[in-house]
Design a protein. Structure first.
Length: 532
């Protein structure tokens, strides 16, 4: 073997030193600096293992849940609080329902949707809150992160907590045209606003004009309320406690439309990585049982629940106080087992989740800012295994939905918005053909189910061609045919009214073919539970 010269040896030493320096530069000098010590919890969670510190294989990763706390993110919203009650606070307390299930939970209150999504994608969180209407926008990010997001529990319906408040002169959705509105972009209240517009008489061009006259904030929940009380806008879509503050801050203001009417539109849900649900169904089931136990606890003793919620949340403690926290438990609608069975469609019938998801997806796809590049089938997003198992173990009871409707409101009330539908009939006929049935099933039935606490009046109209009495009778029979079809699909008859206007309620002049065509129309009036 040839011996190395002194020069060769020197070169090798220099090369070796260069390699060591490069490694030092790469792994030490350029390494991200360690986080400064802080009393704040990253993303609102306790500083435990991050995803990088967890075992690499999925099965080993989820097995580690037995050795560390299960991390859950909720919002500072009354509808999420049963899990806090069942846990005894943000951390599991002895004697709590969570402790009885053998769970160790760390609950964080994270209102920022982006932060809780990031937490689940990074592995710092195991279960997070979501809203159904946010899903179409956020699912693309989960897909890029390689996570199949699944819905395992409905937390609550927003039945009155979200509302579009309006100045006294705005009494219908159609009267928003030409005025200014304000809300947080892509919030549940934005969803409420869009549902109202989509089911109104406003044309696509007019709806675009209303959107153009709307001021959006990307992240300020008080934005709409402030502009409304300052009289800079005439409509604000906001949630409690800002709804009450807005009404108190502007004399004559009223709730134009709210989730007390669109009772099946805004739903909060608990979601998780599909891998977790596959690997640890036991944890998912225990967590859901803690949720139901927390509901029982809160309903049995609201004053104690209010105090427990205030102890866990600074916002409830400092901003709302005891009286408002207690009051919020009166209008919040925590989702029971029966609600979840209907939500997932377990006992038959259409899943309420699918209706709410499709409604939001149909809106956000038209917003370039939503950046939706992939559409998802709602049926593939819900994971009903946990609810199904609990339901089957309980003997499969499903409480009937309470119905309390006054048919006089359907026949006499004023519409909050009016939806025209292109239902056509054969000449001198009131029979619904397959095309007409399809239109009703797609354009009226889902909206009737979403706006479950509203009344519907179906009105038939004709042009002035032909005998007046014949047109009157025909318009009545056609409206009645649509009503009977909705009843056959499960819509409560006491919610519905049918009226024939004949030729007496024209929308345009009967002097032109175009005008007469506009007058031969069917309209569905959505009426709230309020005086005519």
């Amino acid at each position: 073997m040839q011996k190395l010269t002194p020069i060769s040896r020197s070169l090798i030493v220099l090369i070796g030193l260069g390699t060591l320096l490069a490694a030092f530069n790469t792994y030490v000098l350029k390494r991200p600096p360690a986080a400064e010590p802080s009393s704040e919890r990253p993303l609102g969670v306790v500083q435990t293992q991050t995803l990088a510190a967890l075992p690499l294989t999925p099965s080993a990763r989820w097995a580690a849940l037995d050795r560390r706390a299960i991390r859950v993110a909720l919002a500072t919203w009354p509808g999420h609080m049963p899990l806090v009650l069942g846990n005894g606070g943000l951390t599991t307390q002895p004697g709590s329902a969570a402790a009885a299930q053998g769970l160790n939970l760390e609950i964080s209150l994270i209102d920022d949707p982006g932060a809780k999504n990031q937490g689940l994608q990074s592995g710092e969180l195991d279960f997070i809150w979501h809203t159904v209407d946010e899903l179409p926008i956020s699912l693309g990010g989960y897909q890029k992160a390689g996570i199949r997001l699944r819905v395992l529990l409905q937390l609550d319906w927003s039945r009155g907590g979200d509302a579009c408040v309006a100045a006294s002169e705005v009494q219908s959705a159609e009267e928003i045209l030409g005025r200014h509105s304000a809300m947080m972009l892509f919030s549940p209240d934005h969803t409420l606003f869009e549902f109202m517009l989509a089911n109104s008489k406003l044309t696509p061009h007019q709806i675009a004009q209303v959107r153009g006259d709307t001021k959006f904030s990307p992240d300020d929940v008080t934005f709409g309320r402030r502009l409304f009380t300052e009289r800079k806008v005439d409509v604000a879509c906001i949630w409690e406690p800002d709804v009450s503050l807005a009404l108190a801050g502007r004399p004559g203001a009223h709730r134009l439309f709210s989730t007390s009417q669109a009772s099946d539109l805004i739903a909060d849900i608990l979601v998780a990585n599909e891998q977790l649900l596959d690997a640890r169904p036991d944890i998912a089931q225990k967590l859901v049982r803690v949720w139901f136990a927390g509901i029982e606890q809160g309903e049995a003793n609201p004053p104690a629940a209010a105090r427990a919620i205030m102890a866990a949340s600074q916002r409830f403690r400092e901003e709302l106080g005891y009286d408002r926290t207690l009051q919020s438990l009166e209008w919040v609608s925590w989702s029971s087992l029966a609600d979840n069975v209907r939500f997932f469609g377990i006992a038959g019938g259409a899943a309420a989740f699918d209706r709410a998801y499709n409604q939001a997806d149909s809106v956000w796809i038209n917003y370039p800012e939503a950046a939706i590049t992939t559409r998802f089938v709602p049926g593939l997003l819900r994971d009903d295994r946990t609810i199904r198992q609990i339901w089957e173990a309980s003997g499969r009871p499903v409480a009937e939905r309470s119905e309390d409707y006054d048919p006089r409101i359907a026949s006499q009330g004023s519409a909050i918005f009016t939806k025209p539908i292109a239902v056509t009939f054969a000449s001198n006929s009131s029979a619904l053909d397959s095309t007409a049935l399809s239109i009703i099933n797609q354009e009226i039935l889902p909206q009737a189910e979403i706006a479950h606490q509203m009344y519907l009046r179906i009105e038939g109209n004709t042009d002035n061609v032909g005998d007046e009495l014949m047109n009157q009778g025909l318009s009545e029979r056609r409206a009645r045919a649509i009503l009977e079809h909705l009843v056959s699909k499960g819509v409560a008859r006491r919610r519905l009214s049918a009226r024939g206007n004949g030729m007496h309620n024209p929308a345009a002049s009967n002097r032109t073919p175009e005008g007469r065509a506009r007058n031969r129309r069917t309209e569905v009036l959505f009426i709230g539970k309020r005086p005519a």
